[in-house]
Design a protein around this ligand. Structure first.
Ligand SMILES: Nc1ncnc2c1ncn2[C@@H]1O[C@H](COP(=O)(O)OP(=O)(O)O)[C@@H](O)[C@H]1O
Ligand SMILES: [Mg+2]
Length: 452
């Protein structure tokens, strides 16, 4: 039989029967490599689990391993699910190795055996980090710079409870013609590791690098193979780090864990509102604070806006960071139409402070308030929080979790709340402190009563 030839892009995993200088899927140059089609098929089939009767499966509840590193447990849905495989992606330097070394330390303190594979750092480097983090245990076994075969034999011999792979890109699958770090090699290695882990009841954490230049495709192609995918993000310059679940078979995906990177390691931040709000005496024009929902937590974030006279009118600049630009355009159009403010003459910038992204429409009215405030050069009252979605006719629509949002505001010392008219009756559900609710029907009513 003639051997079937297949070409694969090492960037995005595109496969086809023809060689291209430029990948037709991701447009990268010189990234196509030849792969063995038959072998590929075997690789994909490599995880074989025998069927069992549904009725034979024990009805036991999953007993999660609670690490006590609260922000980490939260993102996993309340602790680590035994025998699960978790992929952790993030840019180099964000703190993936740090996080997993800390977790290894915690687990080994609970008498769990941890096998830590590192293909990036020497044993001495890892030991130095462990010292810095205060991790010192006989139950953490290190394997550095090995091949897949070394790893498999270590797993079989040591039978760890937990396996850490740092990182999947660095494991060399000796056999075959696969390029280390290529998508097919990564898939093959991941498949082998998952099979071995599942068979031996090992819980695995797999680190995968992603880079700003869009090499996200690597770990992305592994997402369907694992139980949970977490992404660790943060500006390398700032010390804030956010862990979020992109996929979780055992928990919600909208929870985030917030950490501060310190020289002693990652410190969980349990009161995130304090991090995103800049402490200041007076609030400047252009700023509105908003209680955003993250999972089941409300977190106060700061929406910043700058509206300046544009040298480019009638094609002014419109730039958003952490906010959807179409949504901002929509808000600007509604403001122009309903409030008769000529924004077309202005450059408009909108930024969510702290490097986070606001996706909730519930923040519309707050964003609109920030825009109007900057345009008018008049600050939003300091003790006011604004909550509401804005519809195309300028109507203020009800939002989810309005009580939780207001409660977080009260906890942070706010006493005045603009809420959608339809939710003006939430007072009974709130703590009996002295606060004022201002229900508004539409943007115009808000503008007339609050900002004038
Ligand atoms: N001595 C130190 N003091 C404070 N922070 C440090 C120190 N060494 C490393 N870091 C922090 O750790 C980060 C690297 O973490 P690491 O876990 O190695 O990242 P990753 O594994 O994601 O590449 C650095 O960007 C820095 O923020
Ligand atoms: Mg690392």
């Amino acid at each position: 039989m003639k051997k079937k030839i297949l070409f694969e892009c090492i960037e995005c995993g595109y496969q086809g029967p023809k060689y291209f200088g430029k990948c037709p899927q991701c447009d990268a140059w010189n990234t196509m490599t030849e792969v063995d089609a038959e072998k590929e098929k075997q690789d994909i089939d490599s995880v074989r689990i025998k069927p069992v009767k549904l009725s034979d499966i024990d009805n036991l509840e999953i007993k999660r391993e609670i690490t006590g590193l609260q922000e980490f447990d939260r993102v996993l849905g309340g602790g680590i699910v035994p025998d699960s495989i978790i992929l952790i992606g993030g840019e180099p330097g964000v703190g993936k190795s740090t996080l997993l070394m800390e977790v290894s330390g915690i687990l080994s303190k609970k008498n769990k055996k941890v096998l830590y594979y590192s293909g990036e750092e020497s044993a001495v480097q890892i030991k130095l980090r462990a010292n810095r983090l205060g991790v010192d245990s006989e139950d953490i076994l290190l394997l550095t710079m090995g091949s897949l075969e070394d790893l498999k034999s270590a797993i079989t011999e040591y039978k760890p409870d937990y396996l850490i792979i740092d990182s999947i890109q660095t494991i060399n699958a000796k056999k075959g013609s696969m390029l280390p770090g290529s998508v097919s090699a990564m898939r093959f290695v991941t498949g082998e590791i998952i099979e071995l882990a599942k068979r031996n009841h090992i819980t695995g954490f797999i680190i995968g690098h992603i880079t700003k230049e869009g090499h996200i495709a690597g770990p992305k192609t592994l997402e369907h193979m694992v139980d949970a995918v977490l992404y660790f993000q943060g500006e390398i310059k700032s010390d804030l780090r956010i862990l979020r679940a992109e996929k979780n078979r055992f928990g919600a995906v909208d929870e985030i864990g917030i950490f501060q990177m310190t020289k002693d390691g990652l410190k969980p931040i349990s009161d995130p509102s304090l991090v995103f709000l800049q402490q200041r005496e007076t609030i400047e024009p252009g700023i509105a604070l908003f209680p955003a929902m993250s999972g089941m937590r409300a977190i106060l974030i700061e929406i910043q806006s700058l509206v300046t006279e544009s040298p480019f009118a009638p094609n002014p600049r419109r730039i958003c960071v952490g906010f959807d630009s179409y949504r901002m355009s929509m808000l600007i159009s509604i403001i122009e139409k309903k409030l008769k403010l000529p924004f077309y003459k202005s450059d408009v910038f909108l930024n969510i402070a702290g490097g986070i992204t606001l996706k909730e429409p519930a923040g519309d009215l707050s964003a609109a308030a920030a825009l109007i405030s900057s345009y008018k050069n008049k600050a939003v009252p300091q003790d006011l929080l604004i909550i509401g979605e804005v519809g195309l006719t300028g109507e203020v629509r009800p939002v989810s979790f309005v009580e939780l949002r207001v409660k977080e505001g009260i906890r942070q010392g706010f006493s005045k709340f603009v809420v959608p008219a339809a939710q003006g009756n939430i007072g009974a559900a709130l703590p009996s402190v002295d606060i004022s609710l201002f229900p508004v029907e539409n943007l115009y009513e808000f503008y007339k009563n609050i900002t004038s």
